[in-house]
Design a protein around this ligand. Structure first.
Ligand code: AP5
Length: 216
């Protein structure tokens, strides 16, 4: 199964991709997570991407496409994958189609997780991550047992620089201008399913699974 999880910043794509990946045993490919890992280890890609990420801008397509090409050539994606945070421009969507055509595989479904801007601001500004194991929390919706400390490994929690309210508002603008048009690209190809992204995580997961099974 090849799925794209689509939606504005903080819609819950990562949360849902991780759940789905655990349940159906196919990898989550998150361009955001791969970039943050590269920033952490100060690789060439990380150094080149950092200034864009800090500002809430998109990292240039050529860097992202190189990263995706490498990731899609791995053995573990043979059974399928869940793309999270990619593609985010029409150019990325077109290049992905070309790449998958060469590999003789196709996307089964694109799931658009629909969440209004007000909730997007709440979800992003309240998000916290563990600096050691990257476990994700929300100060209101899924808080750790002890403030600022990861339940799983005891590491310290931090806020992503791009999760400050001004940066979140800017990321939303970038989403509307650069990324939202990609929805039409997949709608025209009959691959798009939109689900309501408001509700408990389990309920949203149920809606996603239902949308996937309708398309298979
Ligand atoms: P990326 O990491 O992809 O950020 P994003 O798309 O902005 O998405 P997020 O990771 O912020 O949110 P999410 O939808 O995964 O939500 P989550 O599950 O975490 O990208 C970061 C940057 O990298 C970009 O700005 C760009 O610079 C660069 N980049 C990445 N990919 C790129 C590409 N393809 N092209 C160019 N540049 C690229 O949930 C958010 C919060 O909400 C959490 O705290 C969670 O606990 C909470 N939550 C989740 N679900 C629920 C729920 N149902 N109810 C209540 N709270 C919930």
């Amino acid at each position: 199964m090849k799925v794209i999880l689509f939606g504005p910043p903080g819609a819950g794509k990562g949360t849902q991709a991780r759940r789905l990946s655990g349940k159906i045993g196919i990898p989550q490919l998150s361009t955001g997570d791969i970039l943050r890992e590269n920033v952490k280890y100060q690789t060439e890609l990380g150094k080149a991407a950092l200034s864009y990420m800090e500002k809430g801008e998109l990292v240039p397509d050529e860097l992202i496409l190189k990263l995706i090409k490498e990731r899609l050539s791995s053995e573990d994606i043979k059974k399928g994958f869940i793309l999270d945070g990619f593609p985010r421009t029409i150019n990325q969507a077109e290049k992905l189609s070309e790449l998958l055509k060469e590999m003789e595989i196709g996307i089964d479904v694109v799931i658009n997780v629909d969440v209004p801007d007000k909730v997007i601001i709440e979800r992003n500004t309240g998000r916290r991550l563990c600096s050691d194991c990257q476990m994700m929390y929300h100060i209101e919706f899924s808080p750790p047992k002890k403030e600022g400390i990861c339940d799983k490994c005891g590491g310290g929690l931090y806020q992503r620089v791009d999760d400050r309210e001004d940066k979140v508002r800017y990321r939303l603008k970038v989403y509307t201008k650069e990324t939202e048009p990609v929805l039409n690209f997949y709608k025209e190809r009959g691959l798009l399913k939109t689900i309501n992204g408001i509700g408990a995580e389990e309920e949203i997961n149920r809606r996603i699974k239902e949308a996937i099974s309708c398309k298979l």
